[in-house]
Design a protein around this ligand. Structure first.
Ligand code: FES
Length: 273
């Protein structure tokens, strides 16, 4: 059982949970994820690690309350326990040897983008950040991003904060301004990552994406998280979650991710009612 040490609502539907999980904290690295179950009968959901404290033995995740399981999780309070918290899973993000990078985060994906961005910074890279949100009231972690980025652009869909428009437009401005990046790293909704890749393709900049498809066992056995990358079948849980975004079959990935949408909406309604 894994105790919730801290629960903090960053926004009404975006919650930070610090979980007591010493074995996970001991080995966790940016880019990796955990799979949790709220209770014995709960579904397994993968969540990318936001932060960890090896001394305290805790792992921090930031979760958007969007479906049945995240709704159930949001009803847990500080001091309550989670049934499972397995990890760290997946390969850590490769951050060594880069001089200049741009990290693009979308929505709650920014919670995952931050540790990657910080690790690039700590490894000596100049880091630019482009983060996008629907509107001002869901902007998260801005100060943390600013502290480790030499250039930062905040975009909102409705223009209520920062630059109005999509992250791809802000990214294109940075590329057109002559910034030579060794790598662009995108984390967020699949559709956002797909269009980041379309934006960077003409510039020939290596573009890495962090994929979070449906996962079940997290060990490469069930096939739930399979993706087609460069014409080959890959499992996000063991081969990723990071992949060369230009090689991902996006149409297939998006389609697979939407397969359980109706079921998920139904389960969410059940939990809420
Ligand atoms: Fe089962 Fe990846 S989650 S193969």
């Amino acid at each position: 059982m894994y105790r919730i040490v801290t629960k903090e609502a960053l926004k009404p539907t975006v919650i930070l949970y610090e979980i007591e999980a010493p074995m996970v904290a001991k080995k966790a690295q940016p880019g990796q994820f955990i799979i949790l179950r709220v209770d014995e009968n709960g579904e397994r959901i993968p969540i990318t690690i936001h932060d960890y404290d090896r001394e305290k033995g805790t792992v921090t995740i930031i979760v958007q309350t969007v479906g049945a399981t995240t709704e159930k999780l949001s009803h847990k309070q500080q001091g309550d326990y989670l049934h499972d918290f397995v990890g760290p899973l997946g390969k850590p993000t490769e951050t060594e040897g880069k001089k200049k990078v741009c990290v693009v985060g979308g929505g709650v994906g920014c919670a995952i983008a931050y540790p990657v961005l910080k690790k690039f910074h700590d490894c000596g890279a100049e880091v630019h950040a482009v983060v996008g949100f629907k509107s001002k009231d869901v902007v998260i972690l801005e100060d943390k991003f600013k502290a480790v980025s030499s250039v930062m652009k905040v975009c909102t869909d409705d223009g209520s904060y920062g630059q109005k428009g999509l992250v791809t437009e802000a990214l294109k401005e940075l590329l057109d301004a002559g910034n030579q990046y060794d790598e662009i790293f995108a984390i967020g909704p699949m559709v956002m990552m797909k269009f980041v890749c379309k934006t960077t393709a003409p510039y020939g900049v290596p573009t890495t994406v962090s994929m979070s498809p449906i996962m079940i066992d997290g060990t490469g056995m069930c096939g739930g998280c399979r993706l087609t990358v460069g014409g080959e079948t890959k499992f996000a849980c063991v081969d990723g979650p990071d992949f060369d975004g230009q090689l991902v079959d996006w149409d297939l990935a998006v389609k697979r991710n939407q397969m359980y949408h109706d079921f998920e909406v139904h389960k969410h309604e059940e939990v809420c009612n």
